[in-house]
Ligand binder design. Sequence first.
Ligand SMILES: [Fe+2]
Length: 297
Amino acid sequence: MLTLLHCSDLHFGPPFVPRVGEALLEAAAALEPDIIVASGDFTQRARPEQFAEARAFLDRLPRVPLVVTPGNHDVPLYRLRERIFSPYALYRKYISPDLDAVLRRDDCVIVELNSTAPHRTITNGRIGRSQLRFAERAFADAPPGVPRIVVAHHHFAPAPDYEGGQVMPKAKRAMDCFTRLNVDLVLGGHLHRGYIGNSLDVYPGRERDHGVIIVQCGTTTSRRGRAREREKNSFNLIRIGDEVIRITHYMYFDELDGFAPVGRHIFPRGGRGWLTGRVGAADDADLLGAHGRPERG
Ligand SMILES: [Fe+2]
């Protein structure tokens, strides 16, 4: 069983909420993930002090591999000279030197794609052909059966609540590519509310035997939540077994001063379009009783 904690849009700067940040650290320690994913927007305005605060916070997370990708708020918006000539200088200094990267392990391959496009678009993002080729090469020698995951800040599918948020140009091209590459999951943020679904719901296309599971995370620690997560905070816990992928959506509650699960999605793995009989009762049961504290095990 591989466990990923997926947070996003931390937004260090004025919107960051310290008590929610502490709750995330507490949940991350309790849930004992194998890998932590932070899908962009570490800062509000890409200022050095905001990046420094974000780095200090990341250093307090459990000492497991951290998968990161820049968000549109991690490149200068108004400092035009920086935006043109060195848009990623501070991101590289404080968060990660790499923009497109691969985490290759025996139990998963995770491709981080930089979807920001500071020279071309402000908020919608973009994934270019060369990045799709990068993903193709990264997955080419993945051991059979190993989970394949893509992380990018911007969303490839629209939110189901119809509230704004254009998908990036050429999103379908990217999703078709990921489907062809047998990617299991695409993890993202940007929209500041979580939703979980299947690419077939949005891009039915010719391939209907399997899609890509779309996992969107809300803003985990800022006041910038939108739609059903307005003024709310969330993260996802993803558990990948041989047969199923379970994604639990956690939200922060003031009365608990912590995160608690609010929903779970279960998908089949291994190229099957069905769930085995072995899941069901146990999965339903372990969601019960979890109210008020993060699940374990
Ligand atoms: Fe954001």
